[in-house]
Design a protein around this ligand. Structure first.
Ligand SMILES: [Mn+2]
Length: 439
């Protein structure tokens, strides 16, 4: 589970990049599901990245302006047997001191009294406004009081910055420890896809397949699905974020499954496969599948150091549009179709996103006018698709769609690591070739 040296290394880098800014990084809060039931706890990924501490409501301070041994302070819920009987074990102030390499720990309710002291001497404050409604008033009040005293004290934090550029820049580039974890998350996710495809039969319900793949994730000791699994038969696959997962799977349907697991330490897989439930593609299904597979393979070939995610997207898009022109679902020059967005009733999303502690992981895609260059250690998904239905109007100048194509939705998604010279598909255990999907 949590490798304390990995977390320590991150904290050291974070502290050095903060300069003389004091950072306030809050844990996630429990969220109400309904009445007095709560959702399972999900730690905030920034907080987790720095602390490896998996309890709600805690607050971490990173204080590079203080002497060594006082730079990492954690405020936590205190040990309290009455509360622990209901909600489970807490580490408490002594527990975190002994087990999480913190310099100083305090009970959470001491924060209002102690925050002024810890911010003293900092050049500024690194805190994300607008995201932590419980904590924000205290941070702003403390800051304001420091400014009030400035004429007499001679120093106070003068500015507020968002810590995200520093943190998200770090999280975007995975080190060897993280790459190992990403490999495992993708592998278990991919194995789940293999198992559920072999299990699937016409006449089953989408829920049956959801149960099967999520059962596998849990059996492997993960937290379960990293996001709401999408199990979409036939036309349901044209709903991009379909999560009802409660329809009959008919003979002749394609089944689109977009699912991945989340490891104990929150590293995620995110894989999509689409396959014929009866083991045989129809003519139309096969033609579309081949277009998407070619587009995906071409896009994956673009993943290497020095290229960028925009180019990965544009490559997939070019192959998709070319294929759709070839079969008459689009009309015109490929470049002008792309320029006009005249394909967007058939392909309406981007081709991928960063992947890590968040499924749609943090990190910039562009810096002003420049697309961020891919570097070794970055992980992204490559996930082109085509979705044919009546839900969106056909753009002007494009042909009406023949009925035989309607109700087909296909996406193929892999998790791809940028390596020193090229890339590695972390999810390649999950079959996607026509031969492997037909039987
Ligand atoms: Mn994805």
């Amino acid at each position: 589970m949590a490798d304390s040296s990995a977390f320590r290394r991150r904290r050291d880098i974070f502290l050095s990049r903060l300069g003389a800014y004091a950072a306030i990084i809050p844990a996630a809060e429990l969220v109400t599901h309904h009445a007095d039931c709560e959702y399972p706890f999900r730690q905030n990924s920034d907080f987790w990245y720095l602390t490896g501490f998996d309890e709600p409501s805690a607050v971490a301070l990173f204080l590079p302006h203080k002497p060594k041994g006082e730079q990492y302070v954690l405020f936590v819920l205190p040990k309290e047997s009455a509360a622990e009987v209901w909600t489970g074990f807490r580490w408490g102030t002594k527990g975190v001191l002994d087990n999480f390499n913190v310099d100083i720990s305090h009970p959470l309710d001491a924060l209002p009294k102690l925050l002024p002291h810890y911010l003293e001497g900092a050049e500024g404050i690194a805190f994300r406004v607008g995201k932590h409604p419980h904590l924000e008033p205290l941070v702003l009040k403390t800051w304001s009081e420091h400014l009030q005293k400035l004429p007499r004290s001679g120093n106070a934090p003068l500015s507020l910055i968002a810590p995200c550029p520093i943190l998200h820049d770090l999280r975007l580039r995975k080190d060897d420890f993280e790459i190992d974890r990403m490999r495992i998350a993708s592998k278990i996710s991919a194995e789940g896809h293999q198992i559920v495809r072999e299990f699937a039969r016409p006449g089953m319900n989408e829920k049956d397949l959801q149960a099967q793949i999520e059962k596998y994730f849990l059996e492997k000791g993960t937290r379960g699905p990293a996001y709401g699994s999408i199990i979409a038969a036939g036309d349901n696959a044209c709903v991009l974020h379909y999560t009802a997962n409660n329809a009959l799977i008919r003979d002749g349907d394609l089944v689109l499954i977009d699912a991945g697991c989340s490891l104990e330490d929150y590293y995620n897989g995110d894989i999509t496969r689409t396959f014929p439930v009866n083991g045989k593609f129809s003519g139309e299904q096969k033609v579309l599948y081949e277009i998407i597979l070619r587009a995906q393979e071409a896009a994956i070939r673009c993943v290497h150091p020095g290229d960028n995610a925009e180019n990965v997207h544009l490559t997939a898009l070019k192959f998709l549009v070319e294929g759709l022109v070839d079969i008459g679902l689009l009309i015109g020059e490929v470049d002008s179709i792309i320029e006009q967005g005249a394909y967007s009733h058939l392909y309406m999303h981007r081709t991928g996103h960063w992947l890590g502690l968040d499924v749609h992981d943090v990190g910039a895609y562009r810096l002003g006018d420049f697309h961020l260059k891919l570097e070794p250690g970055m992980v992204l998904t490559v996930e082109p698709g085509i979705y044919i239905s009546d839900r969106l109007p056909v753009p002007k100048g494009q042909p009406e769609i023949d009925e035989r194509w309607k109700g087909i939705g296909i996406r193929i998604e892999d998790d791809v690591l940028v390596t020193k010279n090229s890339s590695e598909v972390l999810s390649d255990i999950a079959s996607k070739s026509l031969i492997d999907l037909e039987n």
